[in-house]
Design a protein around this ligand. Sequence first.
Ligand SMILES: [Fe+2]
Ligand SMILES: [Fe+2]
Length: 401
Amino acid sequence: MLNVDRLTRLLPISMRRKVDTLLDLINMSKEVNNSRVVLGLLPSVGRGLVLQQGRNQPSADMISGHAAHFTWDYRTDFPEMRDLYRRAKENQWNADEVLDWSTDVDPMNPEVPLLDPRFFDIDGLSVYGVRLGEKERQRFLYSIMSWVLSQFLHGEQGALLAAAQVTESVHWMDGKLYGATQVMDEGRHVEVFDRYLETKLNKLYTINDNLFVIIDALTTDSRWDMKFLGMQIMIEGLALGAFGTIFRLTSEPLLKEMLRYVIQDEARHVHFGVLALREHIAKGLSEKERVERADWAFEVALLMRNRFLMHEVYEEWFEGMMTRRQWDEAVNSTPGMIEFRRVMFSRLIPNLRYIGLMPERMHRHYAAAGLMDYYDGADASQLDHDKMMNDLENQSLESVL
Ligand SMILES: [Fe+2]
Ligand SMILES: [Fe+2]
């Protein structure tokens, strides 16, 4: 591999990006064991990674063939979901009122760190010959935070559209009512992340190619339960991991408060996801369909683990100074990313177990990926929301970094 590194270093930057993309694709195909899953993802991979539609075009149309399902009997058909709907109505919030937008945010002020410097092992980059001065470190952390929040924003748009699609296609009337509140929630999340980036950080990154691939795959899949699994379990699990990590690592009061509200909404969304899918997977699917979903969930979990590598930050800061593969290594071993993966999988794995997508036959695969440790954790139906927020607020940074 070192030889490949040396070779790519000799290429002009535009060529080097193409070679890096090709190497990425090869690595990705090696990571995925199940050829059916690869085939299913291929069109989205083509649009996202090869054509890079996310970063090259100002907008995208993703065509979906899902059915909008109507039912003319309006009786309650899922009491736990009706209960979630009631809670969702009670817990709506207005970002104009509950957040103090007059807060002065200075991303370069080390007294109120936008992102705890321990998030990224900047000194560790010195093995690649990269050293940053004090001001540059601050600016680098500002770039990282802007990148992370930009991806939250793009992910929230994906969630908004997916929630609308799921609301159309889900069969339970209580699911449609609950879904309507989630559409509102996700709209509010788009609003607050956009407002924060636009008025406080003044820096917006394009959507990450890998995030584009996942959103494209879910949006264009016509099966409602695949959208549901992808969005409500996988992406929401990823989001909760990321929001929780950033919540703990920022001292900026407006962002912290904003995340506190968003996390409470997201926890409800995952709860909705596990309720619906547990029922559907147990009663609405054939054995063959169950196998397909279990395989898909495993492969996508692994893909999500190592693919949010801030390449746009790399291109801005270090392209030409170190190779992308070196950067990937640095990001994957940095404390903030390790913590983010820990929180993500500690939520995701118990939820997959709860909805019935971790059959016995998959255990050895999860164990080989080092993910079975999370198997007995609390799933979203057991999780006490207040306790979760308490844990997030009270766990010391030293214990997580
Ligand atoms: Fe959201
Ligand atoms: Fe959500």
